[in-house]
Design a protein around this ligand. Structure first.
Ligand SMILES: *Cc1c(COP(=O)(O)O)cnc(C)c1O
Length: 459
């Protein structure tokens, strides 16, 4: 390969964006508001600040265009950011495609994913408001790790409820969280009422994200100076993740290119919302017209097969109601290997953009995802997280369409994390044991039939 080629488009610390961009400011219509499930009334800052730090409750509701990143958060960002945009020349060559493929890599920190971008912000706002204890849940472990790092830095106690089956499958994740000082309870645990109830009924329960959320919320409301934090779905999280898109936007300028396609995997929608925000700004203001694509697993198809409706964000029904694409909070996704994408709902912002035709969505099967992951690892050196490999799969599919049509399109995708803690998934793929899965229409209908009845709020 010629050494004239530039592979990595980097920003210096001084070129790093100093504000988060709120895509809501440029949306022609806003999503329907979060609702208080007790009254059916729109959530207010006062109500939300019972759950979140006040500044975060305000960010949840604001449509202000830019919000300055606080100095201490920016200082922490500079420990691992700006993250690179990399041109995947060798993947292009392996595919024999005229397309140009770029990716934004968020896996270069100990948490292994983009989740640290919001964890640091959430920990900081809690800290300055005098909160000294945070609770959260974690499924696959990335969010718990990110928040453990952030809480260690700002000297806040952290209790993590980790889905028991994941804690058993991923003991190293638990060890990393504990190294950063977090207290980790496999959930269901005997430390909460919800957990004890579950254990009394079924002592061998492997747990679920819904139970873990309920335990984390129970502990936060029953502990003084304690708040709960969530790593995806919420508007505040999409806002913090806009650092990804704001950097990538400048980096694409340095590359002298503009993406025809912007692609990201979508669990709760935070990395995708963050990456596409800056390009969506051009689309919403008529400056450019990139195609933005959310990629979800066929096993958990919120956008491609779900319904646009009010639903709870958790199985325990303790969270506010959100209008979003959902397969229903009763939906039990198969235990696919991309743990970070096993969520029944989708960010209300992305749901609205999808509903109004600004965002496209596709779903992919996990064996095809791992085919793409392995090709990417072998050509581009980075071992991708299974979640991220959903975006790789779709980038490859579009690059192959370009090969057919002879069009040299420019593709940018988000590589959200590295796969160092996901080797059981790779082993299952390499051993030929991995299976594809998609729920039946009946499965989805059954879960949707249990959506909350909104007529109880009308009178
Ligand atoms: C959590 C996670 C995701 C999915 O979460 P979003 O909120 O949809 O971004 C994707 N990739 C990795 C590596 C994750 O840890």
């Amino acid at each position: 390969m010629s050494n004239q080629k530039i592979n990595r488009f980097i920003l210096t610390e001084n070129e790093m964006p100093t504000a988060w961009y709120n895509v809501r400011a440029d949306m022609p219509e806003q999503h329907d508001p979060l609702l208080d499930p007790a009254s059916g009334k729109p959530a207010t800052v006062d109500m939300l600040s019972g759950i979140f730090a006040r500044e975060l409750a305000e960010q949840e509701l604001t449509t202000k265009r830019y919000i300055d990143i606080p100095g201490p958060v920016l200082d922490y960002y500079k420990k691992y950011r700006p993250s690179p945009v990399i041109r995947a020349y060798d993947l292009e060559r392996a595919l024999d495609t005229p397309a140009k493929i770029y990716f934004k890599y968020e896996g270069n920190n100990t948490s292994g994913s983009h989740k640290l971008n919001s964890a640091v912000a959430q920990a900081y706002y809690n800290k300055i408001e005098g909160i000294n204890h945070i609770t959260t849940e974690t499924g696959a472990g990335q969010w718990g790790t990110a928040l453990a790092m952030a809480c260690a830095y700002f000297d806040i106690d952290l209790t993590v409820f980790m889905v028991k089956i994941s804690a058993m499958q991923k003991p190293y994740r638990k060890a990393v969280m504990e190294t950063y000082g977090a207290k980790v309870h496999p959930s269901p645990s005997d430390t909460t009422k919800v957990g004890r109830g579950m254990l009394a009924k079924s002592p061998d329960d492997g747990g679920s994200l819904g139970t873990a959320i309920s335990e984390a919320v129970e502990l936060s409301v029953s502990t003084e100076n304690c708040r709960y934090c969530l790593g995806s779905v919420l508007n505040q999280v999409v806002l913090h993740q806009s650092i990804i898109g704001e950097e990538a936007y400048l980096q694409m300028q340095k590359a002298g290119d503009y993406p025809d396609y912007v692609i990201g995997c979508a669990g709760g929608g935070s990395n995708l919302g963050g990456l596409v925000a800056s390009f969506m700004r051009d689309k919403l203001t008529g400056k450019a017209n990139p195609v933005c694509i959310a990629v979800e697993p066929a096993a958990c198809p919120s956008m491609t097969r779900g319904r646009y409706a009010y639903d709870f964000c958790d199985v325990g029904h303790v969270t506010p109601l959100a209008k979003m694409y959902t397969t229903g909070s009763a939906f039990k996704p198969a235990s696919i290997h991309a743990g970070g994408l096993r969520f029944h709902g989708m960010s209300p912002i992305l749901s609205k953009l999808y509903h109004d035709g600004y965002l496209a969505a596709r779903s992919v099967f996990q064996k095809d995802v791992f085919d793409a992951a392995v090709l990417f690892a072998r050509t581009e050196a980075i071992l991708p997280a299974p979640e991220s490999a959903h975006a790789i799969r779709t980038a490859i599919d579009i690059a192959l369409e370009c090969k057919e049509s002879g069009e040299a399109k420019t593709i940018l995708f988000g590589l959200t994390g590295n796969g160092s803690f996901d080797l059981t998934a790779y082993m299952s793929y390499l051993d030929g044991e991995m299976v594809n899965f998609a729920p039946s229409d009946e499965d989805i209908e059954q879960s949707l039939s249990r959506l909350p009845d909104m007529s109880v709020y009308e009178k």
